[in-house]
Each structure stands twice: as structure tokens, then as C-alpha cells.
Design a protein around this ligand. Structure first.
Ligand SMILES: [Zn+2]
Length: 673
């Protein structure tokens, strides 16, 4: 909030305090201890009833009013309630009543001492992602904007509810709806997280007004259309011509019979039943068709020897054709395709894309930390836009590459989301982990911008930090320290190998020291304020993890380049990883090149032993934090266990084996103690 706005707000509050009686007549007042009756319709949907209960819970908690929730038909007179939630009969009698709503739209009216909240609702569980819950969103919007509640992360400790003896608001009406049809986080490891966390997460999603309503599919589709139906065997001539023979996994996208078959699948394959967007995406992997007809669609100078040649023209020509034919037969059905690998770039041979063709983009605002990458992406988006493209975006807010480290990029999120929204964004989701302690500001900001990408990012973040009470400033400084450090020091590309070897530079010791200093001030500031202390503590555990992890990654790098076979940290590690991935015919060129540029650096035996012991202790500390706080939104146990179960990145195991080779016995797994 700017200084001027702050000043204005203050004046308004003073006016309010002096004119309580005026507000009673025109707006809404709730006093401590007062009875506050909340009703839902006689034949209420579960969403409407739950919305009334949610409103009751937070009004009671904030104001101390004696709230009561009941069905409208239990009222003595039709207007004998303070709040009417959902499609109440009395609401329908109001002159301002709105009859029809857009998807998940809501209306809030505070007038003459009464509150009305209702919206676009559907049947089903109020906390399911695919239930339309306009009324519930209206309640949360009111609680957030008027009452001042914030839910900075899932669970009780993330609920910031202001205490006030008197709540008052001037008469107002607000109608709002999401700017995006889809808004979601994909917690890829949630299935391995605790039941408590998953329950909290379900509530938090709705409080962030996230949902996944119209059914859409963008995934690799040909396996379903071709392999599962046996059509790959029936029509081998539709397979991609590759190395002289027709073979899987790709198909000859210039073949008209194949295209028409895909049109038919869009319309009739059971997987597409009730879908709003159906997928025509190619299969994953490479092996794209080398026939003359396909190649004739590629740009004249296409370099077929490169790792990923640009085959956008042929693929988008195929998708555009399918979209056009689908539209003829079923107007309103959309066709979606991933913008991915060889068909990532916008095509040059199509002036205008069909209006029912939806492009699914995978990209992260975090990449925009690198100016070159940002420039290229922004240019591509402008080209897509000039062709009338509509996007559904897949983000990487909490990518597992960060290993739960505080990769804060709120500046990029703030800039990127309104930009892509202006250029045709209709839906968005992104990866996340249970790491709210280290990534919380990213998630809070992104979820709010999914509702309205043009909302004020500074105010959103201000509210986030405000939940830390007297420590707000220091916690903001703490996260800003990491964000600035990234902007200053992140030089490498976002390939896993490069990134994992760069953490000691991205978060150098001075960054860690500065963050620790901010945290210390925050801890001092919240003494005597238990709820704020609890939130700061949650951040502090994430810091302990971060500090250990950055040191650990630095040691892995030193040991890896001294010949210890740690995955991703040296030639020996690369060979160890190769033997795990038995399907890899030879070492990927990017690895060979990277290790040529970063050759081994031997260390003394004494130094090696010292580092092995330290790495072992830090590895145990990491595992202890991950397990000890399994139920709290701190760092991700699910991701950790996912990799452990699969035997991926077995760093601690390698360290242990190396110590044993040196004749040093180490303690058992800390969890078994
Ligand atoms: Zn072909």
C-alpha cells in the first residue's frame, strides 16, 4: 500500500469510528458479544451450507460475536437474519439480486445492516477441486478483503485472523469472478505426504480460490488413440518414418487419413467424454517422421542433425487442421496441444490459429531471472499472441530441482503473470511441494494472481508478511535476501546438472549470514507473541534446512570432483547414474560436455575423510528435519521419500559406502534410533 493510500485508509477509519450509528443504517456492524445470525437456503447445496459455517467460524473468531448458523426456513420473519448465504429466498427479493453468473462468480452486498453472499455453485463436496463454489469464494473474499483474514499456508498456524471488538464496513456491493478458467497447484509428491497435510491443503486450495472445473487434457495422447485401440498395428503406414522404417512412438502428422482418425478420436474416444479441451499432443520422446511430405512443412533451413530440430510448423499445422475439423462437427469443443520439445516454438506457416486450439505452455517465471531467456520467451509469446493463441500454462513454482531451497522469485511472478494474461492466458497450474517454509511467498503470490493476474502484487505480499506481526519487516528482509542473491548470482541455465552444481554460488556464505541475521531479529521481535513466534519458528526450521543443505551441496561438489561417485557431482557420479539408467545407450552429450568443462579436482586424503564425515552428519540432519516436521508445511517429506524409494540421487548412501570403504563404521539410519 502506498503512503497516500495508507493515509487515506487511516482517515477513513477515524471517520468510521465517529459514525457508527450512520454505518448501522447503511452498511454492516458486528460487535463483540453480539448475536449474529447466518442463514442458508431451505434446500441448500452443501456448498451453501459450508459457506455459512465458514463465515460463522471466522466472524466469531475475529469479533467474538455469538454467531449462529441455521436454515432460512427456521427464521421467525423472513428478514430476521444478519447474513444470507447462498440462494436464499430473501436474497432473491432484493432489488440488486443477480440472476445469472459466470463460472465461479460471486456477489457480495453489505447494506442496511445485512450481508448477502451468493454465487455460481454446483453440487458436490465444497472442498473438491472440481466443484463450483462461487458462494464459498465470495465468503473467503469477504473474509480476506473486509475482515482482513489471511491464510498464508495450509494448517492452523497459517491462519491470520485479526481480533477486533467492532467490525464495521460501509455499504457496498462487489461482484467478481476468476480471470482464468483453471487455477491450480500440482503437489506432485502430495500422495506421499501426511494425511493431516493433505486435509489442510484441501481447505487452503479453496481459501486461495483455486479450482479445476472444466475438464481438460493436454497430455501425450497418441498412446490412447493408437496403441490402446490397436490402430498402430492396423495402420503401420501412419507411423513415423524414422531411419528408413515406420516405427513408434511418433506418427506421420502430414498423413491425411491419420489426421482424420485423430479428429474422430477427439469426438468419440471415451477418454474425451465430457471434456472441454481434448488432447492431440504427440507421444513423448523423439523419432519424428522423416518423410518428404512432413519435411516439406518444415522451414527450409531446418537442421535435422541438431538434438531438437524445430518441427513446429508440421505439428501445429496438424493440430490446427484437427481443431478446424473438430469445430465443424462439434462447435464448442476445444483441442489442446503441448508446446514442447520439437514443437515448442510458434509456427511460421500459420497466420491465425483456430479459435478452439489451445496451446499448453510449460514455462516458469523463474527462468526470467536470466535476461536472455526472458527476452526469447517474451518474444515467442508475442508471436503466439499475433496468431490469436490462447494458453493454458504449466508453471514450476516449486520445482523439485530447487530441493526445497528458498528459490524466491516474486518479482518475476509479479511481472510474468499479468504479461501472459494480457497475451491470451485462460488457465494455469504449477508444480509445488510441501515446502511453504522456504517457498511460501511464491505460492501465496501465485495463487492470488491466478484469480486476478492484474492484482497488486506488492499488497498481496505485504499482507503475507503482515501475518508475522512485529517480525513482518525482518521476515520480508529474510526472503528478500534470498531473492536478491538469486538475481545477483544465478548465471546458469535451468538444466538439473547445471543448477545442482551452482547452489554454493547462488547462495554464498554472505547470503546465508545475512538471512540468519534477519531471522535473529525476527525471533527477537516476536517474543511474547505466541502465534507470530510459531510462524517465525516455521521459517527458522526452513532456514536450518537451507543452511545445512547449501553446505552439503558444496561438499558434494568438492567430493564428487575428487572422485566420489555422487550423482550429478563429477565424472564418477555420472557413471554411477548411467549404471542406474540402464536404458541409456551412452552418456548424454550434455553431461560429457559439462564434465569436460568441469574436470576432476583431487583433494588430500585427510580432507576427503573430513568432508565425508561432515557430509554424513549433514545428510542425517536433512533427513531428520524432513521426517520430524512431516505434518507441518516446512519442507517436503513426499519428494524426499519419492526419490529415496526409487533410489534416485542416492547421495547419503554413497557417502556411507565411501566411509565404510575407509573402514569407518557409521551409525544406523537416524529414524531407527
Ligand atoms: Zn511423415
Amino acid at each position: 500500500m502506498s503512503k497516500i493510500e495508507n493515509g487515506l485508509f487511516l482517515c477513513l477509519s477515524l471517520v468510521m469510528a465517529g459514525n457508527i450509528s450512520a454505518y448501522a443504517a447503511s452498511g454492516l456492524i458486528i460487535n463483540q458479544g453480539q448475536a449474529f445470525k447466518i442463514v442458508y437456503p431451505e434446500k441448500a447445496l452443501l456448498v451453501e451450507k459450508t459457506s455459512a459455517e465458514e463465515l460463522s467460524q471466522y466472524i466469531r473468531q475475529s469479533t467474538g460475536a455469538r454467531t449462529e448458523v441455521l436454515s432460512e426456513n427456521n427464521l421467525e420473519t423472513k428478514d430476521a437474519a444478519d447474513a444470507f448465504i447462498g440462494q436464499c429466498s430473501f436474497t432473491k427479493e432484493q432489488g440488486s439480486y443477480v440472476k445469472s453468473f459466470k463460472q465461479e462468480e460471486f456477489m457480495i452486498t453489505a447494506s442496511e445492516g445485512k450481508l448477502f453472499i451468493y454465487g455460481d455453485d454446483g453440487t458436490g463436496s465444497p472442498f473438491a477441486q472440481n466443484t463450483r463454489t462461487g458462494t464459498l469464494f465470495g465468503v473467503y473474499d469477504f473474509l480476506e478483503k473486509e475482515v482482513g483474514v489471511a491464510w498464508i499456508w495450509p494448517g492452523k498456524s497459517g491462519e491470520d485472523v485479526p481480533n477486533r471488538k467492532t467490525f464495521q464496513v460501509a455499504s457496498f456491493s462487489r461482484r467478481d469472478s476468476p480471470r482464468l478458467y483453471y487455477r491450480g497447484f500440482k503437489f506432485s509428491s502430495a500422495y506421499k505426504e501426511s494425511k493431516e497435510f493433505n486435509t489442510d491443503l484441501g481447505y487452503w486450495f479453496k481459501r486461495m480460490k483455486l479450482s479445476w472445473i472444466p475438464q481438460a487434457w493436454f497430455g501425450h495422447s497418441w498412446g490412447n488413440y493408437m496403441t490402446k485401440t490397436g490402430m498402430d498395428k492396423k495402420h503401420p503406414e501412419w507411423l513415423a518414418l524414422w531411419g528408413g522404417t515406420r516405427k513408434e512412438p511418433q506418427y506421420c502428422t502430414s498423413n491425411k487419413d491419420f489426421r482424420d482418425y485423430i479428429v474422430d478420436q477427439c469426438l468419440h474416444n471415451p477418454i474425451n467424454k465430457d471434456k472441454w479441451i481434448v488432447s492431440v499432443s504427440p507421444n513423448d520422446g523423439y523419432g519424428f517422421c522423416e518423410c518428404e511430405k512432413c519435411r516439406a512443412l518444415d522451414p527450409a533451413n531446418t537442421d535435422y542433425t541438431s538434438d531438437i530440430p524445430n518441427l513446429s510448423n508440421r505439428h501445429w499445422d496438424y493440430a490446427n487442421y484437427v481443431a478446424q475439423e473438430v469445430k465443424k462437427q462439434r462447435p464448442g469443443l476445444n483441442v489442446g496441444m503441448l508446446s514442447y520439445t520439437a514443437y515448442l516454438s510458434p509456427p511460421t506457416n500459420i497466420a491465425t490459429l483456430e479459435d478452439n486450439l489451445i496451446v499448453s505452455l510449460c514455462f516458469s517465471a523463474s527462468y526470467c531471472v536470466l535476461p536472455e531467456k526472458k527476452k526469447r520467451f517474451y518474444e515467442d509469446i508475442s508471436i503466439w499472441k499475433s496468431k490469436g493463441a490462447k494458453f493454458v500454462m504449466y508453471e514450476y513454482w516449486g520445482m523439485h530441482y530447487w530441493l526445497d531451497l528458498p528459490f524466491i522469485f516474486t518479482k518475476q511472478i509479479s511481472e510474468f503473470m499479468p504479461f501472459i494474461y494480457k497475451n491470451g492466458l485462460i488457465g494455469m497450474s504449477g508444480e509445488a511441494q510441501k515446502n511453504f517454509s522456504t517457498q511460501g511467498p511464491n505460492y501465496y503470490l501465485a495463487s492470488h494472481l491466478m484469480w486476478n493476474p492484474e492484482d497488486n502484487s506488492e499488497q498481496i505480499l505485504h499482507r503475507y508478511y503482515d501475518a508475522f506481526g512485529p517480525a513482518a519487516k525482518y521476515i520480508k528482509d529474510y526472503y528478500d535476501t534470498f531473492e536478491s542473491s538469486i538475481l545477483e548470482n544465478q548465471k546458469c541455465d535451468f538444466a538439473y546438472l547445471q543448477l545442482i552444481n551452482s547452489w554454493p554460488e547462488i547462495f554464498p556464505p554472505k547470503t546465508i549470514t545475512k538471512a540468519e541475521d534477519c531471522l535473529k531479529k525476527a525471533q527477537d521481535a516476536v517474543q511474547g507473541s505466541p502465534i507470530h513466534a510459531e510462524r517465525v519458528e516455521l521459517v527458522a526450521i526452513g532456514f536450518e534446512y537451507t543452511k545445512d543443505m547449501v553446505e552439503l551441496l558444496r561438499i558434494y561438489r568438492t567430493l564428487g570432483r575428487a572422485g566420489v561417485p555422487l550423482w550429478c557431482f563429477g565424472c564418477q557420479g555420472a557413471l554411477a547414474e548411467m549404471s542406474y539408467w540402464k536404458t541409456l545407450p551412452e552418456m548424454p552429450a550434455s553431461w560429457t560436455q559439462y564434465w569436460k568443462q568441469h574436470p576432476d579436482e583431487p583433494i588430500s586424503h585427510v580432507e576427503k575423510l573430513k568432508l565425508l564425515r561432515r557430509a554424513y552428519d549433514l545428510g542425517n540432519a536433512r533427513e531428520r528435519i524432513v521426517n520430524e516436521y512431516a505434518d507441518r508445511p516446512i519442507v517436503s517429506l513426499g519428494m524426499f521419500n519419492h526419490f529415496k524409494t526409487k533410489g534416485l540421487y542416492p547421495w547419503q548412501q554413497t557417502i556411507k559406502q565411501e566411509l565404510e570403504k575407509e573402514g569407518i563404521t557409521v551409525e544406523a539410519d537416524p529414524r531407527q534410533k
